[in-house]
Design a protein around this ligand. Structure first.
Ligand code: IMP
Length: 178
Protein backbone atom coordinates (compact mmCIF):
# COMPACT_ATOMS: atom_id res chain seq x y z
CA UNK A 1 0.00 0.00 0.00
CA UNK A 2 1.30 3.49 -0.85
CA UNK A 3 2.55 5.11 2.33
CA UNK A 4 2.18 8.79 1.44
CA UNK A 5 -1.06 10.51 0.39
CA UNK A 6 -1.22 11.46 -3.26
CA UNK A 7 -3.55 12.72 -5.97
CA UNK A 8 -3.62 11.77 -9.61
CA UNK A 9 -3.58 14.45 -12.30
CA UNK A 10 -4.89 13.35 -15.68
CA UNK A 11 -2.12 13.32 -18.29
CA UNK A 12 -3.59 11.39 -21.26
CA UNK A 13 -7.34 11.00 -21.61
CA UNK A 14 -9.10 7.73 -22.45
CA UNK A 15 -10.28 9.31 -25.71
CA UNK A 16 -6.75 10.29 -26.74
CA UNK A 17 -5.47 6.79 -25.93
CA UNK A 18 -8.23 5.19 -28.02
CA UNK A 19 -7.51 7.43 -31.02
CA UNK A 20 -3.79 6.68 -30.84
CA UNK A 21 -4.42 2.92 -30.66
CA UNK A 22 -6.58 3.15 -33.77
CA UNK A 23 -3.71 4.79 -35.66
CA UNK A 24 -1.11 2.35 -34.35
CA UNK A 25 -3.32 -0.63 -35.21
CA UNK A 26 -3.34 0.47 -38.84
CA UNK A 27 0.47 0.41 -38.89
CA UNK A 28 0.61 -2.95 -37.10
CA UNK A 29 -1.89 -4.33 -39.56
CA UNK A 30 0.31 -3.25 -42.48
CA UNK A 31 3.44 -4.72 -40.86
CA UNK A 32 1.76 -8.11 -40.41
CA UNK A 33 -0.57 -8.05 -43.41
CA UNK A 34 0.90 -11.33 -44.73
CA UNK A 35 0.53 -13.25 -41.47
CA UNK A 36 -1.58 -16.38 -41.09
CA UNK A 37 -1.47 -15.94 -37.33
CA UNK A 38 -0.22 -13.12 -35.12
CA UNK A 39 0.67 -14.03 -31.55
CA UNK A 40 0.19 -10.95 -29.42
CA UNK A 41 2.17 -11.27 -26.20
CA UNK A 42 1.25 -9.08 -23.26
CA UNK A 43 3.84 -8.32 -20.61
CA UNK A 44 2.01 -8.70 -17.33
CA UNK A 45 0.69 -7.06 -15.44
CA UNK A 46 0.77 -3.48 -16.70
CA UNK A 47 -0.18 -4.23 -20.31
CA UNK A 48 -3.46 -6.04 -19.65
CA UNK A 49 -5.72 -3.11 -20.56
CA UNK A 50 -3.56 -1.96 -23.48
CA UNK A 51 -3.35 -5.42 -25.08
CA UNK A 52 -7.13 -5.80 -24.81
CA UNK A 53 -7.63 -2.57 -26.75
CA UNK A 54 -4.87 -3.30 -29.29
CA UNK A 55 -6.15 -6.76 -30.25
CA UNK A 56 -9.70 -5.48 -30.67
CA UNK A 57 -8.45 -2.96 -33.23
CA UNK A 58 -6.59 -5.61 -35.26
CA UNK A 59 -8.43 -7.16 -38.15
CA UNK A 60 -5.96 -10.08 -38.34
CA UNK A 61 -5.98 -13.71 -37.15
CA UNK A 62 -4.75 -13.16 -33.60
CA UNK A 63 -3.79 -15.35 -30.65
CA UNK A 64 -2.99 -13.92 -27.24
CA UNK A 65 -0.36 -15.11 -24.78
CA UNK A 66 1.18 -13.59 -21.68
CA UNK A 67 4.56 -13.36 -20.05
CA UNK A 68 5.30 -11.94 -16.62
CA UNK A 69 8.66 -10.42 -15.90
CA UNK A 70 9.76 -8.72 -12.75
CA UNK A 71 12.92 -6.81 -12.18
CA UNK A 72 14.65 -6.48 -8.91
CA UNK A 73 17.62 -4.41 -7.83
CA UNK A 74 20.88 -5.41 -6.26
CA UNK A 75 21.67 -1.90 -5.15
CA UNK A 76 22.29 -0.15 -8.45
CA UNK A 77 19.37 0.30 -10.81
CA UNK A 78 21.33 -0.25 -14.01
CA UNK A 79 22.44 -3.72 -12.97
CA UNK A 80 18.89 -4.86 -12.24
CA UNK A 81 18.15 -8.41 -13.17
CA UNK A 82 14.94 -9.47 -14.87
CA UNK A 83 13.24 -12.57 -13.63
CA UNK A 84 10.62 -14.45 -15.65
CA UNK A 85 7.74 -15.14 -13.27
CA UNK A 86 5.46 -16.64 -15.91
CA UNK A 87 6.54 -17.82 -19.33
CA UNK A 88 4.48 -18.11 -22.52
CA UNK A 89 2.09 -21.04 -22.82
CA UNK A 90 2.73 -21.47 -26.54
CA UNK A 91 5.68 -21.89 -28.89
CA UNK A 92 6.76 -18.93 -31.02
CA UNK A 93 9.37 -20.60 -33.23
CA UNK A 94 8.74 -19.47 -36.83
CA UNK A 95 5.71 -17.42 -35.75
CA UNK A 96 4.78 -13.76 -36.05
CA UNK A 97 4.89 -12.10 -32.66
CA UNK A 98 3.94 -8.68 -31.32
CA UNK A 99 5.20 -7.93 -27.81
CA UNK A 100 3.05 -5.45 -25.89
CA UNK A 101 4.60 -3.44 -23.03
CA UNK A 102 3.02 -0.75 -20.88
CA UNK A 103 5.99 1.57 -20.27
CA UNK A 104 9.58 1.53 -21.42
CA UNK A 105 11.45 3.20 -18.60
CA UNK A 106 15.11 2.15 -18.22
CA UNK A 107 14.46 -0.33 -21.05
CA UNK A 108 15.97 -3.20 -19.06
CA UNK A 109 12.77 -5.27 -19.02
CA UNK A 110 12.01 -4.84 -22.72
CA UNK A 111 15.59 -5.56 -23.77
CA UNK A 112 15.71 -8.72 -21.68
CA UNK A 113 12.36 -10.03 -22.91
CA UNK A 114 13.14 -9.22 -26.57
CA UNK A 115 16.40 -11.18 -26.20
CA UNK A 116 14.57 -14.09 -24.63
CA UNK A 117 11.91 -14.20 -27.35
CA UNK A 118 14.37 -13.72 -30.21
CA UNK A 119 16.36 -16.72 -28.95
CA UNK A 120 13.25 -18.79 -29.74
CA UNK A 121 13.54 -17.71 -33.38
CA UNK A 122 10.16 -16.20 -34.24
CA UNK A 123 9.63 -15.34 -37.91
CA UNK A 124 9.00 -11.72 -36.99
CA UNK A 125 9.11 -10.02 -33.59
CA UNK A 126 8.03 -6.42 -33.15
CA UNK A 127 7.31 -4.42 -30.04
CA UNK A 128 4.77 -1.83 -29.01
CA UNK A 129 4.80 0.25 -25.85
CA UNK A 130 2.00 2.51 -24.73
CA UNK A 131 4.39 4.92 -23.03
CA UNK A 132 8.06 5.76 -23.47
CA UNK A 133 10.19 7.62 -20.93
CA UNK A 134 13.21 8.29 -23.12
CA UNK A 135 14.93 10.41 -20.45
CA UNK A 136 15.15 7.35 -18.19
CA UNK A 137 16.72 4.99 -20.72
CA UNK A 138 19.72 3.02 -19.46
CA UNK A 139 20.06 0.42 -22.20
CA UNK A 140 19.84 0.66 -25.96
CA UNK A 141 16.34 -0.43 -26.89
CA UNK A 142 13.46 1.24 -28.73
CA UNK A 143 9.97 -0.14 -29.20
CA UNK A 144 8.87 -0.36 -32.84
CA UNK A 145 5.69 1.53 -31.98
CA UNK A 146 5.14 3.96 -29.11
CA UNK A 147 1.79 5.38 -28.11
CA UNK A 148 3.07 8.44 -26.25
CA UNK A 149 6.38 9.95 -25.26
CA UNK A 150 6.16 11.10 -21.63
CA UNK A 151 8.50 12.98 -19.29
CA UNK A 152 10.15 11.40 -16.27
CA UNK A 153 7.00 11.27 -14.13
CA UNK A 154 5.46 8.39 -12.23
CA UNK A 155 2.22 7.49 -13.96
CA UNK A 156 -0.74 5.23 -13.20
CA UNK A 157 -3.97 4.07 -14.78
CA UNK A 158 -5.02 2.19 -17.90
CA UNK A 159 -3.50 -0.98 -16.42
CA UNK A 160 -0.50 0.70 -14.80
CA UNK A 161 -0.18 0.66 -11.02
CA UNK A 162 1.29 2.40 -8.06
CA UNK A 163 1.86 -0.32 -5.43
CA UNK A 164 -0.86 -2.36 -7.20
CA UNK A 165 -3.40 0.48 -7.03
CA UNK A 166 -5.03 2.60 -9.73
CA UNK A 167 -4.80 0.08 -12.59
CA UNK A 168 -8.54 0.55 -13.16
CA UNK A 169 -8.41 4.24 -14.07
CA UNK A 170 -9.50 4.66 -17.71
CA UNK A 171 -6.86 7.34 -18.35
CA UNK A 172 -3.13 7.82 -17.72
CA UNK A 173 -2.52 10.05 -14.74
CA UNK A 174 0.49 11.50 -13.02
CA UNK A 175 1.06 10.77 -9.34
CA UNK A 176 1.46 13.91 -7.24
CA UNK A 177 2.24 13.58 -3.55
CA UNK A 178 0.29 15.94 -1.31
P1 IMP B 1 12.11 -0.78 -17.21
O1 IMP B 1 12.69 -2.16 -17.18
O2 IMP B 1 12.86 0.17 -16.34
O3 IMP B 1 11.94 -0.24 -18.61
O4 IMP B 1 10.74 -0.91 -16.50
C1 IMP B 1 9.57 -1.08 -17.12
C2 IMP B 1 8.51 -1.39 -16.09
O5 IMP B 1 8.62 -0.56 -14.92
C3 IMP B 1 7.15 -1.11 -16.67
O6 IMP B 1 6.67 -2.22 -17.38
C4 IMP B 1 6.36 -0.78 -15.44
O7 IMP B 1 5.85 -1.97 -14.88
C5 IMP B 1 7.35 -0.17 -14.49
N1 IMP B 1 7.24 1.30 -14.52
C6 IMP B 1 8.10 2.16 -15.10
N2 IMP B 1 7.67 3.42 -14.96
C7 IMP B 1 6.51 3.36 -14.28
C8 IMP B 1 5.55 4.35 -13.86
O8 IMP B 1 5.67 5.57 -14.10
N3 IMP B 1 4.45 3.88 -13.21
C9 IMP B 1 4.25 2.56 -12.95
N4 IMP B 1 5.10 1.60 -13.35
C10 IMP B 1 6.23 2.00 -14.01
Amino acid sequence: MPTRPYVIDEMISAKTIAAQIEDLAREIHDAYADTDKLIVVGLLRGSFVFIADVVRELDLPVEVDFLEASSYGDGTESSREVKIMKDLRGQIHGKDVLLVEDIVDTGITLKHVVGLLNARKPRKLKTIALLNKQARREVDITADWVGFEIPDEFVVGYGIDFAQRNRNLPYIGKVRFT
